[in-house]
Design a protein around this ligand. Structure first.
Ligand code: NAP
Length: 313
């Protein structure tokens, strides 16, 4: 195991789908800290990499694996994570880290008992302007925050049936990205106070949601999620502060104060995620923040449900 060494981390990927092809493989190809040695996917392979159809077979056949990245839908992540941790592998969890809060808590305990690293990746936290927004709000606490996350599900998740099933998160699949940023940049804790979730009559996960939160200091925060927005897409967090209106837009890529751009860079979330995972593995720690997942769970727990017109891909 290469923890505390500089030899490449021998990695296996589980669940070769859209995000693996779009982001994981390009990020890994450029990072000498990793060697992709195996994949486990029922229907897909990666050219030049030995492939298996299940994580059991992969763990059994490739004993030298140091770590695995679990990129399947959240409903099946826990079982795979448990198997990998039991086998003594470091684990990278795609977001959301699980289908429930308690299963992620269980994985944290297991990783600690096994002496391996668990990483709950929140890719949006690695968007280029997020740290600048965090520094701004640390110096200028917000008086109110508005999150607007509106995108076109047909464009970003074409034909993904799992996302509409129970445990697939529906519009909270992108919405949890906003929460991963908000929980990182807002200096006070905040809590769901009310929510309305819109469920298409033929689906088990919501297509839209409106959530109100209150911070421990009374600061109001609202979140508006919509998955049917065509045309320009909106991924904005706006904070009113004594020093002006902060707008973190494009999913965390651009920061402006009172209309003046402070920070804007090309997106490099997955290269940064894998840098962080290598750091976590090599320093022998875990990095598992469940706050974004807890807020989603709380919205489901407290939210009123409305049945809306059916959704067809
Ligand atoms: P995807 O295209 O559906 O790929 C997931 C893969 O997991 C599937 O191709 C499938 O490959 C495998 N899988 C294993 N068990 C499955 C099951 N029960 N149902 C369906 N697929 C199963 O999904 P994705 O977009 O890559 O998303 C995967 C994870 O990454 C999700 O948690 C998502 O939130 C996260 N993520 C996605 C994006 C994005 O933009 N798409 C961005 C960031 C994070 P086999 O059939 O070969 O086993």
């Amino acid at each position: 195991m290469p923890a505390n060494t500089t030899s490449p981390i021998r990695l296996g990927i589980v669940g070769v789908g859209k995000i693996v092809r779009d982001q994981h493989l390009p990020a890994l190809a450029k990072n000498p800290d990793y060697r992709l040695v195996a994949t486990a996917s029922r229907n897909a392979t990666v050219d030049g990499v030995q492939s298996f159809t299940s994580i059991e077979e992969m763990l059994d056949a490739v004993k030298e694996l140091d770590a695995v990245s679990l990129c399947q839908p959240p409903q099946v992540r826990y079982q795979a994570a448990r198997q990998a941790l039991e086998a003594g592998k470091h684990v990278f969890l795609e977001k959301p880290p699980g289908a429930t809060v308690s299963e992620v808590e269980d994985l944290k305990v297991l990783a600690a008992n096994k002496g391996v690293s668990l990483f709950a990746s929140w890719h949006s936290r690695y968007a280029p302007a997020v740290e600048a927004a965090r520094a701004f709000l640390a110096a200028n606490p917000p008086n109110s925050v508005t999150i607007t996350w509106k995108e076109d599900v047909r464009r970003w998740h074409p034909g993904q049936e799992w996302i509409w099933r129970a445990g697939g998160f529906g519009v909270f699949d992108p919405g949890i990205n906003a929460l991963s940023i908000a929980t990182h940049i807002i200096p006070t804790a905040f809590f769901v106070t009310s929510a309305t979730l819109d469920f298409p009559e033929n689906r088990d996960a919501p297509v839209a949601a409106e959530i109100s939160f209150s911070a421990s200091n009374g600061m109001p925060l609202t979140m508006d999620l919509d998955w049917l927005q065509t045309g320009p897409q909106t991924w904005d967090i706006v904070a009113e502060t004594a020093a002006g209106r902060m707008v973190l837009s494009s999913g965390g890529a651009r920061l402006a104060i009172d209309g003046k751009t402070l920070h804007e860079e090309p997106e490099a979330e997955y290269p940064r995620l894998y840098e962080r995972f290598a750091e976590v593995v090599r320093t022998g720690v875990s990095d598992v923040d469940i706050a974004p997942l807890q807020h989603v769970a709380d919205a489901f727990m407290l939210g009123k449900r409305r049945v809306v017109e059916p959704f067809f891909d």
